[in-house]
Design a protein around this ligand. Structure first.
Ligand code: HEC
Length: 119
């Protein structure tokens, strides 16, 4: 599907079609609470691992979240959890949830250390 931010601008909210949970059946809209695109400042593309790490920690680009709130968002938010249960005909994200959760906890416990560029 060609997902575009422009939909909102033309007055069609994602929630016109997407519900709070997956609509059963092939090619039906997936869903989760507060379905929508992440804000522009949270785009991952083109960032080095260090830039991505810094952006995740920066209140200006992370929705004013503390490290604790980032952990809660990544591990408990139903919209993020949807990635491991995307509904019929879709593949979950390639990293197993338990592995992701463990990596998030280790990172948070480190105080949110960021890699040097090139690592
Ligand atoms: C007019 C109805 C409609 C609107 C509005 C809409 N979607 Fe969808 N969306 C669908 C349908 C139907 C599917 C399932 C398509 C399929 O599986 O073939 C879908 C699928 C998706 C998928 C899964 C894509 C994939 O690769 O399987 C994402 C992500 C998505 N939409 C995000 C959004 C976002 C974010 C918005 C708002 C900016 C939005 N959609 C607005 C109908 C809509």
């Amino acid at each position: 599907m060609n997902v575009q931010r422009r939909l909102d601008e033309v007055g069609m909210a994602c929630s016109s079609c997407h519900q709070a949970s997956n609509t059963p059946g092939p090619h039906r809209p997936p869903g989760a609470p507060r379905w929508g695109l992440a804000p522009r400042e949270q785009v991952f593309e083109g960032k080095t691992p260090r830039q991505l790490c810094e952006a995740l920690k920066s209140p200006d680009s992370n929705g004013h979240r503390t490290l604790e709130a980032i952990q809660h968002h990544l591990l408990d938010d139903p919209l993020v959890q949807w990635a491991w249960a995307p509904g019929e005909g879709r593949e979950p994200v390639p990293v197993p949830r338990a592995e992701f959760a463990s990596a998030v906890r280790i990172w948070i416990e480190s105080g949110g250390l960021c890699p040097e560029d090139g690592q």
